[in-house]
Design a binder for this molecule. Structure first.
Ligand code: FMN
Length: 221
């Protein structure tokens, strides 16, 4: 199957035998940026973003991307709005046991709702920024805004805005540290697949980087 992305209507995908645009099912698994922010009245906000990843390690930078509007009253989503106001946010890792709370925190709640309270999560104060951390999360990264990038809007005019942050503080649960390394399998992070599907990281393997020339030549068939 091949298609050009200038086509994006539901009917177009139906004509290909697809129920939905498959794009989000093709770049997988996507880590989930569970982003906490705070507004000018001190109301905390927490929401998941799977258009999320690290973009450099030295300095440590990450991004998430907000598409569309706040479902209750239009305008920008709370995370974006709060970061525009104060330039600060926190990434919280979604361990397997936090999956339900993460999903609940995506509900289109009114702006005044604090998703920590709504989902029964505990706030931990951050060290360097104002937004609180999810205490139950085993990794939290305190971030300051580096840059907003306006991506092209959707054909229906919905905005897509990329938020790039500089990680200024790193919290790691000591229980994850085994023999000097972070054993992420202990957290079994939840990641996003397409549609309404998710996965957890439950297995890993190591590969050493190859020298040049390669020691083992690929066999010719
Ligand atoms: C797993 C998951 C991933 C999501 N990823 C994104 C995303 O990458 N970008 C986005 O704009 N919304 C995403 N959403 C939807 C937002 O979380 C949702 O719109 C949320 O209500 C925004 O909250 P806020 O207005 O409090 O910032 C995602 C939802 C879920 C459950």
């Amino acid at each position: 199957m091949f298609y050009e992305t200038k086509h994006s209507s539901r009917d177009f995908f139906k004509s290909l035998g697809l129920n939905f645009n498959p794009f989000k099912a093709l770049i997988v698994p996507r880590p989930i940026g569970w982003i906490s922010t705070i507004d000018e009245n001190g109301v905390a906000n927490l929401a998941p973003y799977s258009f999320f990843n690290a973009v450099s390690s030295d300095p440590p930078m990450l991004y998430f991307s907000s598409g569309g509007e706040h479902e209750q009253d239009g305008g920008e989503k709370d995370s974006l709005r709060n970061i525009r106001q104060n330039g600060q946010f926190v990434f919280n890792l979604v361990s397997s046991e936090l999956t339900k709370a993460m999903n609940d925190s995506a509900s289109p709640a009114p702006r005044a709702i604090d998703e920590f309270e709504m989902t029964g999560l505990t706030k931990s104060p951050s060290r360097l920024v104002r937004p609180p951390r999810v205490a139950q999360s085993p990794v939290q990264l305190e971030c300051t805004l580096h840059q907003f990038i306006d991506l092209p809007p959707s054909p229906s005019g919905k905005s897509n805005i990329m938020v790039i942050g500089h990680v200024v503080g790193v919290h790691i649960d000591e229980n994850l540290i085994v023999e000097g390394r972070v054993d992420i399998l202990k957290a079994q992070p939840t990641a996003r697949l397409g549609y309404l599907d998710y996965c957890n990281v439950t297995q890993s393997f190591a590969l050493t980087r190859p020298n040049w020339p390669l020691e083992e030549k690929p066999k010719k068939s």
